[in-house]
Design a protein around this ligand. Structure first.
Ligand code: MLT
Ligand code: ZN
Length: 466
């Protein structure tokens, strides 16, 4: 966008919101105008830092009158371009709204502003001898507002559900500049449409979250982590079923041997075991007494006998458990320098082996020139396919050639009744493919909902619905 136009947007905001902190510093525009995706160039007009729900309301009203597009920005750890401002938008950062507003020990709820970092919520809960269960690799920088806007998932979904399942109250300033209060922390509320669930996962296209009330749960039981060398995809399902039937799993993740090599190189980690294997499973289970460890070892023996497992290790302490988790949680960071092209896919758990087999064949035949890594949340049906960019290839060419295969990947996903985005969102990068997952009627209704909450199309325009 022309510098002149961006300047006009900045000046209008400055005039109409004199109290609001606004920055047009180049470094701030660059850092706050993008997320972890590297396929679009940030081009924000300004970054604003509201300090309260009132300031957000005032900002949205002015943006509506002046037709200024807004892009919400949290910890900017997104992977679909949902927080990228590449068309002269004004970025709304929640860095100054980081207060923990209330803890209610009876209701077991925590009320927070949107800029509170996910890990701070986990830590606060644990100080109160409770637990906030949503966990993922970027939790040290991601913010709760962004988690809610994208319905973040992570590693414990199979036990505790997604971010959606933790939100019991929400305050949102919609695209009309109206503060909407949803559900007030109630457990039961049968009073009609639950607007809270429309805002969760809406990627900032309907409004800006200014407060959230989260439910906290009992702290987890002591646990053990196992890393298993698995002989193949069919074997992975056998292992999952054996362990899931015998134990209370909190996580069941998988990674390919190529993903293992990158995470080891990137973080300088030792080989977890001597045996070579095409896949690894990483699982965590409740282990409050030794009999459960015995049960896990019986499952292990039985998997060794049927050939699905070739080798394995089990944690004997918290620090060993943390070390094992690094093989899975460190992957994303370790491959960042290869500008991975990501597809974040999901199918029903029972569909995974057939789907992943077909997808792997497709990737081998259609991406012969690229290295493809697999990892993900096997236990909830979420597979991450990452294609690595050769060092000497320009980013545009890489994105274009990767995207050429998408219709086939997504057609296969549709054939398996899956979704083209499990937890990363649609953002800027996947909107052309929404119809592989959502029907025409769905998309039309979504557009209708967008108009109700954001008639001027100022809320993260161009994202999700295009
Ligand atoms: C993960 O599961 O590691 C995250 O979703 C990030 C990624 O997919 O790279
Ligand atoms: Zn993930």
């Amino acid at each position: 966008m022309q510098t002149e136009q961006k300047l006009t947007r900045f000046k209008r905001l400055q005039t109409h919101c004199p109290e609001l902190e606004i920055s047009t510093e180049k470094t701030v525009l660059e850092s706050h105008g993008c997320d972890w995706t590297r396929f679009r160039t940030p081009d924000a007009a300004a970054v604003v830092f509201p300090r309260s729900a009132d300031e957000v309301t005032q900002l949205v009203r002015v943006a509506m009158e002046q037709r200024i597009p807004l892009v919400p920005s949290g910890g900017r750890t997104g992977l679909s371009g949902g927080a990228v401002a590449s068309a002269g938008e004004v970025v709304v950062s929640f860095d100054r709204m980081r207060r923990i507003i209330d803890f209610n020990a009876v209701d077991r709820t925590l009320t927070v502003e949107p800029g509170v970092v996910t890990q701070a919520i986990q830590e606060y809960a644990s100080q109160k001898n409770l637990f906030y269960p949503v966990s993922f690799a970027s939790e040290g920088s991601s913010q709760i507002g962004g988690n809610i806007a994208t319905n973040a998932g992570g590693i414990r979904v199979l036990r505790y559900g997604l971010t959606r399942d933790q939100v019991v109250g929400l305050k949102v300033v919609d695209g009309r500049g109206v503060l909407i209060e949803c559900n007030s922390g109630l457990v039961k509320n049968a009073s009609g449409y639950d607007l809270r669930h429309l805002f969760i996962g809406s990627e900032g296209t309907l409004g800006l979250i200014v407060e959230a009330t989260l439910r906290l749960v009992d702290p987890p039981e002591p646990s053990r982590v196992m890393l298993l060398a698995v002989s193949g995809l069919e074997g992975m399902m056998t292992v999952f079923r054996q362990f899931n039937d015998a134990l209370k799993l909190t996580a069941f993740e998988f990674l390919s041997d190529a993903a293992m090599s990158y995470v080891r190189d990137g973080h300088d980690l030792p080989a977890p075991m001597d045996t070579e294997t095409p896949y690894y499973a990483l699982l965590e289970f409740d282990c409050p007494d030794p009999s459960l460890e015995d049960r896990a070892l019986q499952c292990f023996e039985s998997c060794i006998e049927d050939g699905s497992v070739l080798d394995g290790v089990i944690s004997q302490s918290e620090s060993q458990a943390t070390d094992l988790w690094r093989y899975r949680e460190g992957i994303s960071e370790a491959i960042t320098e290869y500008t991975p092209y990501k597809n974040d896919l999901s199918v029903r758990i029972s569909e995974i082996p057939g789907y992943l087999h077909d997808l792997d064949q497709l990737a081998r035949s259609r991406y012969p020139q690229y290295e493809v890594l697999w990892y993900g949340h096997f236990g909830d049906g979420n597979l991450h396919m990452n294609i690595l960019k050769p060092a000497d290839m320009p980013v545009d060419e890489f994105e274009r050639t990767c995207a050429q295969v998408n219709p086939d990947v997504f057609e296969l996903t549709r054939a398996h009744h899956g979704s083209i985005s499990a937890e990363h969102g649609i953002g800027l990068l996947k909107q052309d493919y929404l119809s592989y997952t959502r029907s025409e009627a769905d998309i039309e209704r979504m557009r209708g909902i967008k108009t109700v909450f954001d008639p001027m199309n100022i809320m993260n325009p161009g994202k999700l619905l295009g």
